[in-house]
Design a protein around this ligand. Structure first.
Ligand code: 5GP
Length: 187
């Protein structure tokens, strides 16, 4: 049996990664999720063990020190990490795994597992990104400002990714990502 493909989807907060991620999971039958651990508080409708493992800072640090993360990063004030064991178990069983993580995390995954394919999702413009982040209504003004500042530095790093996809029209962006995945699987 051939190994699964590890796909890393990254890009600034508010760019629509979450929507692309959800659509890919619906459309690709061999694709599986990785549930990250985070110290961020759950948003309305988010469930522990489904969207994230919501953990305390102490629990997060313990997991990190035990080497349980494939990658981890502090982004916009909270810690986020990908538990490695479930990822490798799936890959070894021929299942493709999609990670939706920030740029710092994506770099770590590429270093630890060069066979992965990294995809950076770009907004059509910085103005559109700001509009989307504000319209989402899930962050305070300060949090939106911090996320936009981070977005500016992340956009400058898009060149180090294997692929770049502009999310102007969601259907077009999803299809582009599906093509990239299929191409890398030789389909
Ligand atoms: P949010 O708080 O909006 O759910 O996520 C904030 C940022 O953290 C997003 O850019 C998201 O991709 C990133 N993120 C989510 N899970 C992980 C993870 O496990 N590792 C890293 N490095 N970033 C993550």
């Amino acid at each position: 049996m051939s190994k699964g493909l590890l796909i890393v989807l990254s890009g600034p907060s508010g760019v629509g990664k979450g929507t692309i991620y959800a659509r890919l999971l619906k459309e690709l039958s061999n694709l599986s999720v990785s549930i990250s651990a985070t110290t961020r508080k759950p948003r309305a409708g988010e469930e522990h063990g489904v969207h994230y493992y919501f953990v305390s800072r102490e629990e997060f640090i313990a997991m990190r020190d035990e080497g349980k993360f494939l990658e981890w990063a502090v982004t916009v004030g909270n810690c986020y990490g990908t538990p490695s064991a479930p990822v490798f178990e799936k890959l070894n069983n021929g299942i493709d795994v999609l990670l939706e993580i920030d740029v710092k995390g994506a770099k770590q995954v590429k270093e630890a597992y060069p066979d992965c394919k990294t995809i950076f999702v770009l907004p059509p413009s910085k103005e559109e990104l700001a509009k989307r982040l504000m319209g989402r209504g899930t962050e305070t003004k300060e949090q939106v400002k911090a996320r936009l500042e981070l977005a500016n530095s992340e956009l400058m790093e898009s060149e180090i990714f294997d692929y770049r996809v502009v999310n102007d029209n969601i259907d077009v962006a999803v299809n582009e990502v599906i093509d990239i995945i299929k191409q890398n699987k030789g389909e």
